[in-house]
Design a binder for this molecule. Structure first.
Ligand code: ADP
Length: 497
């Protein structure tokens, strides 16, 4: 195993104690005294016990967030909020390696990859810090009789419930916290039960940054209890959710109780379209990593790989070869390119789809079965898998697998591939690979999804909005659009006579 001492040391955070929740600036156990276990998906080892917050704890956290919102936090000026977020960015940067190790231990992400994302993660926090001083409404020329000053003001929406998934715990946590702070909101964040450690460690950094008590609360616990209570809580003004569309639908229903504002970043089955005139030396690794990145556990993964028929055989063979050469293993090894799946449930789900694909008549050119030999047997390892002979109506071409599985499908014409690419209930990501700028532009405009990459995939910029069409959700993360999701608009009509 190739290591770096910085990544090898067991983080001091994992000191054997039960990890507590952050409520009102204090670290507390669950009121009911319960805790749950979190495991290393590469080895099966127990990492820590974590406080299992439920409805009672969520209520306490929401009350603390409300008090902070109505109290001291309201008087924080944009520049003061900016300074706090910048301080948090500095601390995240300072502890970046440790935070990456926690992500790797808790959910498997290869450290060689996460370490390269420093700028994306820290830069994103700094981006929101800048946005704290970029909140402005507008004045409106009034047509009313008499003298009026009319304006649309922007105000923070209030108490936010942020419910995050396990696939990128550090990034999801810092993004959800910093955008809420930029807008002047307070929040209760519920990490995923599969990967609660990094979010809790970020909670410590929030306190170190001087973020006042109650502004950031972190309640670890299960979706059906803590998450459900947060979604249905009458005193939560907004839910910012990232996760599966099944859970998204439950949250939408629960949030009706007080007509909460919502943003939903849900799943996808994104098309990645490879034209014969593409630069194949770039498109092969690009198309492979569009799905194999983070073991396919990425909501916008380009899992439906449409390949122009003239190059189908060659291209599919090259992507499969790329996949077969990827180093699968423990994410702590710097050489590892693909780590384990997050949990045994996820392993079952993905291996079920591998069987379904084969039963449906698709052929696994590479991969296709769980890895069990030696150390692999202790973890949740599935190798990069490329299916050929896939048709649009197969389940592996329609349903989100959330694993390292590419469905390769041939196509003949532009109109046909656009129609087939759009024939899905989802609309999160999409890719087009071609040297023809006109064609790239036309296809990109016609794909119905929140992001389309051309001759690239999965590249994210904090200034650029990200989110879904159709069942991939609504609301945007990233860019000024993101901050707006946390703001309310108030009309001011002032008679100045
Ligand atoms: P996955 O199925 O991949 O674990 P989920 O969408 O279920 O993804 O999980 C994303 C987040 O949603 C997690 O924090 C999880 O605890 C939470 N969650 C799950 N079920 C519910 C629910 N009924 N209400 C609110 N949050 C939930």
């Amino acid at each position: 195993m190739t290591t770096n001492p910085k990544f090898n040391a067991k983080p001091a955070f994992l000191d054997g104690s039960v990890k507590k929740m952050l409520i009102d600036g204090r670290w507390v156990e669950a009121k009911a005294g319960r805790s749950f276990e979190t495991f290393n998906p590469a080895t099966g080892e127990l990492l820590a016990r974590v406080a299992e917050g439920d409805a009672e704890d969520v209520d306490l956290a929401v009350a603390a967030a409300r008090r902070a919102f109505e109290g001291p936090w309201r008087s924080f000026k944009p520049n003061q909020r900016q300074n706090l977020i910048l301080k948090l960015a500095d601390l995240v940067s300072q502890h970046y390696e440790e935070l990456c190790v926690l992500d790797t231990l808790d959910m498997g992400m290869p450290i060689g990859r996460s370490i390269q994302n420093r700028e994306r993660v820290v830069g994103s926090v700094r981006y929101y810090a800048a946005q704290a001083m970029n909140i402005h409404g507008e004045t409106i020329e009034s047509s009313l009789d008499g003298e009026f000053f009319t304006a649309a003001l922007k105000e923070p929406i209030g108490v936010v419930g942020a419910i995050i998934p396990w696939n990128s715990p550090l990034f999801a946590t810092v993004k959800k916290i910093s955008v809420a702070l930029a807008a002047g909101c307070t929040l209760v964040l519920k990490p995923a039960e599969e990967a609660p450690l990094t979010p809790l460690r970020v909670g410590e950094l929030c306190l170190e940054a001087g973020i006042p008590p109650g502004v950031v609360n972190i309640v670890s616990g299960f979706g059906e209890t803590a998450g459900a209570r947060l979604s249905a809580h009458p005193d939560v003004d907004k839910i910012a959710f990232t996760g599966s569309h099944f859970t998204g639908q439950k949250i939408i229903r629960a949030s009706a109780v007080n007509v909460k504002k919502l943003s939903m970043e849900l799943g996808g089955k994104s098309p990645n379209i490879i034209f014969a005139d593409a630069n194949l030396d770039k498109a092969v690794p690009g198309a492979a990593m569009a799905t194999f990145n983070n073991a396919g556990q990425i909501c916008c993964a380009g899992t439906r790989m449409y390949v122009e028929r003239a190059i189908y055989d060659e291209f599919v063979a090259r992507v499969a070869e790329f996949g077969s050469k990827m180093r699968v293993g423990n994410g702590l090894d710097l050489q590892t390119q693909m780590g384990p799946l997050v949990s045994t449930e996820q392993l079952t789900r993905v291996t079920d789809y591998l069987k379904i694909g084969q039963q449906e008549g698709a052929e696994a050119v590479t991969g296709g079965q769980r890895l069990t030999e030696g150390a692999f047997g202790k973890g949740n390892f599935v190798p990069p898998t490329v299916f050929r002979n896939v048709s649009d109506n197969m389940r592996i071409a329609r349903e989100e697998i959330f694993g390292p599985v590419i469905s390769a499908i041939p196509f003949d014409t532009v109109d046909e591939v656009v129609q087939r690419a759009n024939d899905t209930p989802f609309g999160l990501g999409g890719g087009v690979w071609t040297r023809d700028v006109g064609k790239a532009h036309k296809v990109a405009r016609r794909i119905r999804s929140g992001t389309v990459w051309v001759n690239a995939y999965n590249v994210m910029d904090p200034s650029v909005p990200f989110g879904g069409y159709k069942m991939s959700g609504f609301g945007r993360e990233g860019g000024v659009h993101h901050v707006d999701e946390y703001l309310q608009t108030k009309a001011l009509i002032l008679n100045t006579d």
